[in-house]
Design a protein around this ligand. Structure first.
Ligand SMILES: [Zn+2]
Length: 239
């Protein structure tokens, strides 16, 4: 039984170590997730504004073609004006020219708006592009760093878990059940030493008879106050 109790104490040590390592991961996983989401959102936004820009450029080219077209139509009408013979023809031509002029001024107005938008976009895109590149490289570096840290903790934990597995099979099932039950109820600590004659978990004084039994280690003894398994590790001054 003594050997069994020693295994149990070692199991507690391992579990404490695993819990500490789990805590040491802190908010790394959430931070990685947050960085990845923000980065992908920003890349998507940049992609969308690039598409907007391309659409506006396409519109600008169309407007430029259409204004040129209006201008050449006006020139032709202007030429015909010198050849007209009747007032009626003159009026009809004037009317046609007014319509083309109206069309032209609408297109020129829209072209101005489009060009202004493109200009603003161009200036913004440059700063935004630089900012995005900076953000991207710092976010990617941070993600890499966090993943490395997590990976190293995980691989250490995997080693410790395999040690735990090998140890666990050597421990009696009844003892393991007590251990697991107490551990769940007592924030992870199921095995405690004797500290100055008291339970190392709740500091309740241990009766001399029980203390003798703990030292004999012939059966698992649990604290009558907190239920933790008390093991004799020699005189422990501090827990
Ligand atoms: Zn106790």
């Amino acid at each position: 039984m003594r050997k069994q109790l020693e295994h149990l104490a070692r199991l507690q040590e391992i579990d404490d170590q695993l819990a500490m390592m789990e805590r040491s991961k802190g908010d790394y996983p959430q931070r990685i997730d947050e960085l990845e989401k923000t980065l992908s959102q920003r890349l998507q936004d940049a992609e969308e504004s690039q598409q907007n820009k391309e659409e506006l450029e396409k519109e600008r080219r169309q407007l430029e073609r259409r204004t040129k077209d209006c201008e050449s139509r006006l020139e032709k009408l202007q030429d015909r004006l010198s050849e007209v013979k009747t007032n009626k023809e003159w009026d009809a031509l004037q009317k046609e020219m007014d319509a083309v002029k109206g069309e032209l001024s609408e297109e020129e107005e829209r072209l101005l708006v489009v060009m202004e938008e493109l200009e603003t976009m161009g200036a913004e895109a440059e700063t935004e592009g630089e900012e995005l590149q900076d953000y991207r490289s710092s976010a990617e570096a941070e993600i890499k760093d966090l993943k490395e840290k997590l990976g190293s903790v995980d691989s250490k934990m995997a080693k410790i878990r395999s040690e735990r597995g090998a140890l666990s099979v050597q421990i009696d099932d009844v003892l393991k059940r007590i251990y697991n039950r107490v551990k769940q109820g007592k924030q992870g600590t199921a095995v405690v030493p004797v500290v100055r004659g008291a339970c190392g978990g709740c500091y309740n004084k241990i009766p001399p008879q029980t203390l003798t039994e703990i030292r004999r280690a012939e059966r698992p003894i649990t604290c009558e106050n907190c239920g933790r398994i008390i093991i004799w590790f020699g005189e422990v001054e501090e827990s």
